[in-house]
Design a protein around this ligand. Structure first.
Ligand SMILES: N[C@@H](CCC[C@H](N)C(=O)O)C(=O)O
Length: 282
């Protein structure tokens, strides 16, 4: 089995090239690949498959040649992964499967087709504008925080920390408790604090995230988009540019009238082969 390992601001992925959808990818195999001690390690898997060859990509095969088949580290599916899409596009270009020079590159996902712009330093992906749709709470270590539910193709709950509580003080080794009636399919939970002003932006937010299916990660692209949309709402604005700092680095989010751009570094670090029969799970 061929693989490449890559990351976007520390949100890391095992990339599996499988153009014709031949791999028998199962939740167990995904979890074993993502195991950080027994496998390659990753927050998720990105299968690179032709849209026409995948049942969930076929409907958009006329718009995008490639389908990002994203899986969380526990073997569950997610509709969308913002950093994953950026790393996926870096892989397509680096491996010669797509040409970046032809303008925005379309990629099919479970949340529809996204478009990417590629430069040497960064990859920006245009996704749907985040939709703020409800309020809910997250409880963590006896602390209950109010938050805003946001749909970025996948579900998010954005909770601001009260003044005086440091983001670094949160214990995210366990999942925050949330209301399952608001989030029947689970949710990614972002905790935020205000950052110092950053040039050429309309705001700066610090964030940590506990991801559905992957636990705490160093970064979450769709989470950064959700956080930016809530920050703009709180500032009485509809659109703007936000710097969102995550433990793994800085993301830039631009919310426009009808879409949302997520930009940041996307890096490939290794390529190799693996015999899946050597993988074991606890
Ligand atoms: N890290 C991703 C989000 C991955 C999916 C998420 N865990 C979910 O289950 O919705 C990102 O960069 O957006």
């Amino acid at each position: 089995m061929q693989f490449t390992k890559g990351h976007g601001t520390g949100n890391d992925f095992v990339i599996l090239p499988d153009p014709d959808n031949r791999l028998d990818l199962t939740p167990g195999l995904v979890a074993a690949l993502c195991d950080r001690r027994r496998g390659l390690g990753g927050d998720g898997v990105l299968r690179v498959v032709r849209a026409a060859a995948h049942p969930e990509g076929a409907a958009t095969a006329g718009e995008a040649e490639w389908f990002m088949d994203y899986w969380n580290a526990d073997g569950s599916f997610a509709e969308m992964c913002g950093n994953g899409a950026r790393v996926f596009v870096r892989y397509l270009v680096a491996s010669g499967l797509a040409e970046p020079a032809e303008g925005a590159l379309p990629v099919a996902t479970r949340a529809g087709v996204v478009r990417a712009l590629v430069t040497a330093d960064a990859i920006a992906v245009e996704m749907a504008r985040p939709r703020l749709y409800d309020t809910a709470t997250a409880t963590l270590g006896g602390l209950t925080l109010p938050g805003t539910a946001v749909d970025v193709g996948n579900p998010h709950l954005v909770c601001a920390l009260p003044a005086g509580l440091e983001l670094t003080a949160l214990d995210l080794t366990r999942a925050p408790e949330v209301d399952a009636t608001v989030f029947p399919a689970g949710v990614n939970v972002e905790f935020t604090a205000p950052g110092e002003p950053v040039d050429d932006t309309d705001g700066h937010v610090l964030m940590r995230v506990y991801e559905r299916g992957s636990a705490e990660t160093l970064s979450c692209g769709t989470g950064a988009c959700a956080v930016a949309a809530v920050a703009l709402r709180d500032a009485g604005r509809d659109t703007g540019v936000l710097a969102v700092d995550v433990p793994g680095g800085r993301l830039s989010v631009t919310v426009t009238e009808d879409s949302c751009w997520l930009a940041g570094p996307a890096t490939l670090v290794a390529t190799g082969t693996l015999d899946p029969t050597t993988l074991t799970t606890p």
